[in-house]
Design a protein around this ligand. Sequence first.
Ligand code: HEM
Length: 335
Amino acid sequence: MPPSFRGTHQAGIVDPAPRSLLFLALNLVGGTDRLAVDRVLADWSRAIEPATRGIPDAPELVGLDTTGLTVTVGVGPDLPGKIGLAAPKELAPIPALPGDRLQPAFCGGDLAAQICSNDPLVSLQTAQTLTRLSQGVLTTRWRLTGFTQPGPATPRNAFGFKDGTGNPRTTTDVDNAVWIPDGPWRHGTFLVVRRIPMDVQRFAALPTSRQEAVIGSRRDTGAPLTGHDEFDEINLFAKHPDGTYVLPVDAHSRRAHARFDGGRQMLRRGFTYSSGNDETGLLFLAFMKDPALFTRVQARLAEQDALNDFVQHTGSAVFLMLPGTGDNTVLRLPG
Ligand code: HEM
């Protein structure tokens, strides 16, 4: 069953990622009021909903197989102040963190649309539809494209490692990690976006055992260094006979482990990107009910993580993703 546009939650969050991503961050045109934003959301909804059912009527999409398309919409930290919208205090820019190499061209945004589909052309044409329908109200601030490997297996990142193994897996764990539990934004979530170039050549030149020590898991199976199968629980305490930890102290999966945050988890749904100047990286997208979790984890990683020699962060944004349509037919700003 393709994810449904209408419902309690927006699609494109807990459902498995399809092949292609186009992430669109937009700015509000000066002097625009809330009514105009609501109108855009309604127009977007009316164009997207039939397309997600595989029967598009937007001119850009007619004739394409849009089955599996999802468009997930959220608001950035500056929007509430511009249009008098009440938003939770957690909606604030991610603070500057040590090691950041942020470029304004890949940061921020008043509104975001995460477009995911099985066909990059469908994602592209959907972005055209959205920008056409928001003319005069929103302008494009930045857009990034990415891809992943759809299917039941955990996708691999550009370092060749399975990425997503440590995500919450049961419905209860996913619900606890992702959805805002109360208030007008109940059933919404926060999305943190980071653009992270990866030094694939230098990482690939390491012996496999060193790569595995950097990440903390086996390259072939994705199993933690302390286990045998991919989804074996990580054992942070296991030691070699010489007293050193089996999962090295600076291994990425140790430093990022939920145990250091009282078990709080985020749902990572990343995509690989490749840009014209021979740059490859991760579009890190993670959903969570409080973006302070991202800040804590990333601060810990910035302090110590063997992965730091091979990655840097060049883009950053946070969005409060709207609750689903609920009983309405279109997306609306709550409150
Ligand atoms: C290019 C940058 C990154 C790469 C290549 C990468 C790769 C990986 C890999 C291969 C794993 C082990 C498999 C898995 O559990 O998914 C992992 C785990 C994880 N990563 Fe990353 N990661 C990156 C950046 C980040 C960032 C920026 C954060 C958050 C601030 C993060 C948070 C996590 C978490 C929470 C886990 C799971 C730890 C656990 O098992 O509890 N990662 N990452």
